[in-house]
Design a protein around this ligand. Sequence first.
Ligand SMILES: [Zn+2]
Length: 84
Amino acid sequence: MKRYECLICGEVYDPKLGDFEGAIEPGIPFDALPDAWVCPECGAPREEFMELEDLAKAVVREDSPATPVLATKFALLRSGAASR
Ligand SMILES: [Zn+2]
């Protein structure tokens, strides 16, 4: 089951644990949470939560190997142009 993280405070909803304060029993997926459920930490609505895997992907995408390779190519181009 997918975990969700609050974008406001970083609180993580883990379906395996449920939400004790919100009276959510363990095993309830995020999608099945009641509409009135809010972040137990900061009170943010469900819309402020993001799938943790997506968040991890977004972080990986930012410093993907393609970026340093491109930077190296540009550095080579620049040094090549400078020597000419
Ligand atoms: Zn929160």
